[in-house]
Design a protein around this ligand. Structure first.
Ligand SMILES: [Zn+2]
Length: 479
């Protein structure tokens, strides 16, 4: 049996959040009553002229730069002609001949955790269509969405599995929504929509076979499942002597399978031509440079930096690159105690994220230098792990600095060595038989003594010190 590999490319539509629509001054909002945000331009009244929204251009350029794409200083707006009720003009303004961005690249980790580059073929600007709602025989149209700015991001067919495709989609989401803040990111409302082109071929072959398009896989929960199902379906079909047909399929989340939506017959002819009412889009290199200066540190660079400086593990790196607000908080804390990066990161993940929402981390009240101070106490063995947990709760309750809190709280008084020694002596005296077994060679009984002493010290003695003392005392009794 031949071994197959999947060849997957994604087309992702991102609604760009701007005050007004792409080519008219209608507000670009999603919560208004249907068909209230319309004008002659976005409904295609004869004679109405489009005017390009500059903020749309700025945000599209920011996205291109963020994914390492080349920004074309001259791109074209073109008409895609088709007859369908969701576009009252009978054409959609898009970029067909020359898009604003080409040849970007993102690193995506596959199931094996190894990062591979995924190419982005093109990024083009276009206007959204009206939203249709199908009610039995009837279709209702809401033109509020017609003309809302969109960018379409078309990847090369570089993805090889559903898991990889999901990672890539997540990364595009993170960049647009969390890093650049150019998209609201509500997938239920269609702010981000993803279609997948899928084909299979024998491993090692470079050919591109007939593909199917799976529509609307815009959910992190099922994108991987939908793609993997479709890949398996195609393999079974070909193995059974059949052939993959060019068609559009839909994921049925209830039955967990893709289903034929419509067969594709030849290429659709959209009779593209340059949009005569807009002319080419020319960008000043200074404009592009100015946008570039506003870009935040992006996920790949952030991962490299945090890994390089602090040696954080991949789990923490996933957390920090996925939630830039959490990473900003970490950076501010680490700035006041750079040597404590790992402890600070662990405290944020284990304590702060237990009580704070990572989606709204910019609202966290605890000052980052308080977390840094707690890390310093832990690293300096001034408090034990269990004490740090208690201290954290008090920091949340009082809003005070941990040094301030332990200063006048007897619970955090470090236990005197003499006190610990007394516990050690007592535990050994009370368990002569265990001591005898230990001295007879059962050295794994050490943990028993340490545990007993720790229990008596109620977490106030550092485990490493207790272990040392128990060992010393046992050695002494051997003689
Ligand atoms: Zn309008």
């Amino acid at each position: 049996m031949a071994q197959y590999e999947a060849v997957i490319g994604l087309e992702i539509h991102i609604q760009i959040e701007t005050a007004t629509k792409a080519f008219c001054r209608c507000p670009s909002a999603s919560d208004a009553p249907p068909n209230t945000l319309v004008c002659p331009v976005c409904t295609g009244a004869p004679g109405a002229l489009p005017v390009l929204n500059e903020e749309f251009v700025r945000r599209a350029v920011a996205f291109c730069l963020a994914v390492g794409a080349r920004v074309n200083l001259m791109s074209s707006f073109d008409r895609k002609n088709y007859f369908y009720p969701d576009m009252p003009k009978n054409y959609q303004i898009t970029q067909f001949f020359t898009p604003i961005g080409e040849e970007g690249k993102l690193l995506v980790a596959g199931a094996d955790g190894v990062e591979r580059p995924v190419g982005i073929e093109r990024i083009h600007m276009e206007e959204d269509t009206a939203k249709s709602a199908h009610l039995g025989e009837r279709t209702l149209l809401n033109f509020n969405r017609a003309g809302v700015p969109l960018i379409e991001v078309v990847s090369h067919p570089d993805l090889r599995s559903g898991a990889e495709a999901a990672q890539y989609f997540k990364k595009i989401y993170d960049i647009a929504v969390r890093y650049l803040g150019i998209c609201r990111g509500n997938m239920e409302e269609g702010n981000l929509r993803c279609d997948a082109n899928i084909s299979i071929r024998p491993v090692g072959s470079g050919e591109l076979n007939t593909k199917t398009e799976v529509k609307n896989v815009n959910s992190f929960a099922f994108i991987a499942k939908a793609i993997d199902y479709e890949v398996e379906r195609q393999i079974a079909l070909v193995e059974g002597g059949g052939a993959v047909e060019s068609e559009t399929r839909l994921w049925n989340p209830r039955l967990k399978r893709t289903e034929t939506m419509r067969k594709k017959s030849g290429r659709s002819d959209y009779r593209y031509f340059n949009e005569p009412d807009l002319g080419p889009l020319r960008l000043d290199p200074a404009f592009v440079a100015a946008v570039e200066r506003t870009l935040p540190e992006l996920p790949d660079a952030k991962r490299r930096r945090l890994r390089g400086i602090y040696g954080l593990n991949e789990e923490l790196l996933d957390l920090f690159t996925g939630y830039p607000a959490v990473a900003d908080y970490f950076d501010r804390a680490a700035a006041s105690y750079p040597a404590g990066g790992r402890t600070i990161a662990a405290l944020i993940a284990a304590e702060l994220l237990r009580v704070e929402d990572k989606e709204h981390f910019e609202e966290v009240k605890m000052p980052p230098h308080h977390i840094a101070a707690l890390a310093r106490l832990l690293d300096g063995k001034k408090v034990t792990g269990p004490q740090a947990k208690e201290l954290f709760v008090l920091m949340m309750e009082t809003g005070n600095d941990p040094d301030e809190i332990i200063k006048d709280d007897p619970r955090f008084r470090p236990m005197e060595a003499a006190e610990v020694a007394a516990f050690v002596t007592a535990v050994l005296d009370e368990n002569p038989d265990v001591v005898e077994k230990y001295l007879g060679g059962k050295e794994n009984l050490l943990g028993f003594f340490v545990g007993q002493v720790m229990r008596r010290a109620k977490g106030a003695a550092p485990p490493s010190a207790v272990t040392e003392m128990v060992k010393k005392e046992l050695t002494r009794r051997k003689k």
